[in-house]
Design a protein around this ligand. Structure first.
Ligand SMILES: *Cc1c(COP(=O)(O)O)cnc(C)c1O
Length: 233
């Protein structure tokens, strides 16, 4: 786990990178939320965020996140990892946003549970906008139908869309194309359903410039803030 000092330095570097990208692409840094991804790190990673005034983080495993929540009541958690339907009852009302809604099945399950709990659960639809066979996400062609269904579920609130770009570190155009696809899709859905869908959660440590260029409103940053870490270490 990195020291607070190192974290502050990394945070400044990432913020500068965001500001530079915003200058370059005519965006305002205020319109971009930096979501630190604390997965695979202990709860101390969340506490370091709190010390630096950041009260919202992303986690990709349900159990790991629920554990951290217990000792960090002041922080909101977004779920950014694939959700199995048998875990749906553990997440509704607990996560400030479920960004990884990627099927009819999970949509139904979440809606039913949110109904029972009498909460309105914010969600994003995860789209496989880079058509990457290795990624979860609704295919671009299916989004109109899935979104239509989601909008009829009164216990869910669809704030926008999330995507993960295909891994292609030698060619950042791949990520940029993926993010452009998601933005165009959002614009088309806004037309069709006459709604804003303000959130575009796209961009990570390695492709946040491309994401900002294409209209990202939330970048999910792990390694650039906390360093690299082996899984399950
Ligand atoms: C791990 C993860 C991130 C952060 O990735 P980094 O490359 O470490 O910034 C972002 N989004 C999702 C969905 C992740 O699982």
């Amino acid at each position: 786990m990195i020291s607070e000092k190192e974290f502050s330095r990394n945070l400044s570097t990432v913020k500068e990178q965001i500001e530079k990208a915003c200058d370059k692409y005519g965006r305002s840094a205020e319109d971009i939320t930096l979501l630190p991804v604390t997965k695979n790190w202990s709860v101390d990673a969340v506490k370091i965020c709190e010390v630096n005034g950041i009260k919202r983080v992303g986690e990709n495993r349900v159990q790991e996140a629920l554990q951290k929540m217990e000792s960090t009541p002041g922080t909101d958690y977004d779920l950014i990892g694939h959700l199995q339907s048998n875990k749906a009852k553990m997440v509704v009302g607990k996560f400030s946003c479920i960004q990884s809604v990627d099927s009819f099945k999970i949509l139904d399950k979440l809606a039913k549970i949110a109904n029972e709990l009498n909460v309105k659960q914010p969600i994003l639809l995860q789209v496989n906008a880079g058509e990457d066979p290795a990624k979860f996400g609704i295919s671009i062609e299916e989004v109109t139908e899935v979104l239509g269904k989601a909008l009829n579920l009164s216990s869910l609130r669809v704030d926008g869309f999330m995507t993960i770009a295909p891994y292609d570190p030698d060619n950042n155009q791949t990520a940029r194309d993926c993010f452009a696809n998601l933005r165009k899709l959002r614009d088309a859905m806004s037309e069709i359903y006459n709604m804003t869908f303000k959130d575009l959660s796209m961009g990570m440590s390695g492709d946040l410039n491309e994401a900002i260029a294409e209209g990202s409103t939330m970048i999910r940053v792990g390694s650039a803030l906390f360093g690299q870490r082996e899984k399950n270490q």
